[in-house]
Ligand binder design. Structure first.
Ligand code: 9MJ
Length: 677
């Protein structure tokens, strides 16, 4: 006996309530605590059971049912909602002095408050929202709007799975406004943009815009498809509520009630603590799975907050300490093409210098010709440039309204701007290349820089400037020439005296002793990076075997596809390359001989890895390749047999599982150390 017809309405109502409670708990465990209690299939099964029950007994559907997260029909427009208490904006501080001045004003106003504690919170760069709960049940939500009145986004906010539809407390307030920030986690933002790009659609400039677009969809089904999340950070109006007396305790209470609260928030006991916190968060920022644009300090004691009150639109008890802006407007003076190691032409915008992210930027990359044309960047345009952390500054987009008359689209040059050789673009490839090979000074330069780099032959002290001089003076044409530098001519180079010359020669001598994998990486074979070089070295064991290999046998190397195999074979067949390789060996470049590893051999043989989260220094594929090259194995899910979990930013539920099973957890730095032995 089964199916809804077999039970009474009363029985159905009871079961529906049970299922809702169960699903709410599963949701909270999954989306808020990141500790799933049951497999996804079990959740889906229970959700389906509830959907079936509600279909059979429509009178049982409530707006708070987990089946109703998505499904509201599109609205014609957003209704206006007046907040019970205004949603305030925050004053900004852009320097330590301004933060200290804020603290002084507080001490001046609170004559004898003694030490003032603060709640320090990352400032999420998203959209402020207000969610109203009546008797503990999610009732309505609105955007901040002008602070007094916002737009009704009840249906859209409900699509965020971590938003509790019912407060997890037996004694909820009669009514309460919960304030928070809706944001798009970086991983979701990148996925969304990658998908949009694949479909040839417009991409979003930043996660904030993507989140704003998603939240302001009149059709909540569209919002639901966007990876939004919410951090709660405060309460507004509350009726019949027993609230704690500190902001930091309010955050704990919100967490108890089932909201996600940013895990980086801290209570600190003075403005010094705030400034230390600012420095710490600034360092952690590049690894955070969401975008923040500063830190908020709030006087922790609510009595003191009330005493301080408000000045016009912003509270006197809080301030946003902003990081230097990562985006700025400037003008494109020129667009040039840089030639890389493999001849790839990269368009670079030469800019009117502008301060971004704390430094002056005068060049920004446009990645490739397709990107340049997609963004339609022209000389004379006003553009947004972005520089985040230590990444290369890039042109985000053009402000078309400011485009002057008479501009023309930038064309791909027909010949290399450095050597004049023809530029070709293979079908289906975003990259255009100079065909000059080593005849092109730019390619020679980049080849040498790569050859000497840390993960290749690691020639200490051979930097870009020196390479430029070596190439310009004609002393070095190929990497092999580095091992035949005449000391006297070296010392004649600009800024080079005898002492530095002999130091450089010493470093070159030291670099002769290397590993096979480093040597292969140093050669700069197209599409053969560090990981593939390691895999080739492990598979073939010595140079002679690799040089004699056919495409077929190169393809036997784990993760080497036909394109890479063809590149490897073509590299060694080329007479000029072959001569360089011979000369490198004759010059004394050498490495410890090692028999070809068994497929299961290698330093990580027998070890099983699981990867989770976004790695900062490499793709997961590259990480997996490097593990495989050392004999290790990568599997999809954590079990008792897993040896290591490698954790990147924004890890999934695998982390909790690995912790529960006592699996060794490696952050990316520890992972690197393990790989490097
Ligand atoms: C953000 N954006 O993360 C506040 N905020 O408090 C945090 N914003 C805020 N607090 C009062 N953590 C007004 C705005």
């Amino acid at each position: 006996m089964s199916g809804p017809d077999a039970i009474t309405l009363e029985g159905a109502a009871r079961r529906a309530m049970q299922l809702r409670e169960l699903l709410e708990r599963y949701n909270h465990r999954y989306y808020v605590l990141d500790q799933p209690e049951v497999p996804d299939a079990e959740y889906d099964l229970r959700l389906r059971e509830l959907q079936d029950l509600e279909a059979a007994y429509p009178e049982l559907v409530t707006p708070q049912s987990p089946t109703q997260r998505v499904g509201a029909t599109p609205a014609a427009a957003f209704a206006a909602v007046r907040h019970h208490l205004p949603m305030l904006s925050l004053d900004n501080a852009f320097s330590e002095e301004e933060v200290r001045a804020f603290d002084r004003r507080i001490h001046d106003r609170l004559a004898d408050a003694g030490a003032v504690r603060y709640s320090a919170e990352p400032k999420l760069d998203g959209l402020a929202v207000n969610a109203i709960y009546i008797d503990g049940v999610y009732a309505r939500a609105a955007t901040r709007g002008d602070g007094e009145t916002g737009e009704d986004i009840t249906a859209n906010l409900k699509t965020i799975r971590s938003l509790p539809l019912r407060l997890r407390t037996p004694h909820p307030p009669r009514l309460i406004e919960v304030r928070g920030e809706v944001y798009m986690p970086l991983a979701g933002f990148r996925r969304l943009n990658a998908d949009a790009q694949k479909r040839g659609e417009k991409t979003f400039v930043n996660p904030r815009n993507a989140a704003a677009g998603a939240l302001r969809q009149l059709d909540p089904r569209v919002s639901a498809a966007r990876p939004l999340d919410l951090f709660a950070y405060g309460v507004g109006f509350a009726e019949d509520a027993q609230l704690p007396e500190r902001q930091s305790e309010i955050l704990s209470l919100l967490r108890e009630w089932g909201f996600r609260v940013c895990p980086e928030t801290r209570a600190v006991d003075s403005i010094e603590g705030c400034l230390e916190y600012f420095a710490r968060i600034g360092e952690a920022r590049p690894g955070l799975p969401y975008q923040i644009d500063g830190v908020v300090y709030k006087v922790d004691e609510l009595v003191l907050q009330r005493e301080l009150g408000f000045a016009s639109r912003a509270p006197r008890w809080a301030i946003a300490h902003k990081f230097p802006a990562e985006e700025a407007l400037t003008i494109v003076r020129d667009v040039e093409f840089q030639v890389g190691r493999t001849g790839a032409l990269t368009p670079v915008a030469r800019l009117e210098p502008v301060a971004v992210g704390g430094v002056t930027v005068s060049n920004a990359t446009l990645h490739n010709i397709d990107e340049l044309h997609r963004k339609d960047v022209r000389v004379g345009d006003t553009v947004t440039v972005r520089r985040a952390g230590d990444v290369i500054p890039e042109v985000v987009g053009v402000i078309f309204a400011r485009r002057p008359d008479g501009t023309r689209p930038v064309e791909l040059p027909e010949v290399c701007p450095v050597c004049g050789s023809p530029v070709v673009r293979e079908a289906d490839q975003a990259v255009a290349r100079c065909t000059g090979g080593r005849r092109c000074a730019a390619q020679r330069r980049e080849e040498l820089i790569h050859f000497a780099s840390r993960r290749a032959l690691d020639i200490r002290g051979l930097g870009d400037k020196l390479v430029d001089q070596l190439v310009a003076s004609g002393l070095v044409h190929t990497p092999a020439d580095l091992f035949h530098l005449p000391a006297d001519r070296l010392a004649d180079l600009e800024r080079m005296g005898e002492k530095s010359a002999s130091k450089l020669l010493g470093a070159i001598e030291t670099a002769k002793k290397t590993t096979f994998a480093r040597f292969l990486n140093a050669l700069g074979i197209r599409d053969v990076g560090e990981a593939t070089a390691a895999a080739l070295a492990a598979h073939f064991g010595d140079l002679d075997h690799l040089r004699a290999a056919s495409e077929e046998s190169v393809r036997e190397v784990p993760d080497v596809g036909p394109v890479v195999a063809a590149n490897v074979v073509a590299y060694f067949r080329d007479a000029e390359n072959a001569a360089i390789v011979d000369r490198l060996i004759e010059s004394g470049v050498h490495w410890p001989a090692r028999p070809p590893a068994e497929r299961s051999g290698g330093p990580l043989a027998g070890k099983t890895f699981v990867l989770t989260g976004t790695l900062a220094r490499q793709s997961r594929e590259a990480a997996a390749e490097r593990i495989a090259a050392r004999g290790g194995k990568v599997v999809a899910s954590v079990s008792g047999r897993t040896n290591y979990l490698v954790v990147g930013a924004d890890p999934g539920s695998k982390l909790a599982k690995a912790q529960a099973l006592g699996v060794e957890i490696l952050d990316e730095a520890a992972f690197e150390r393990l790989l490097e032995g």
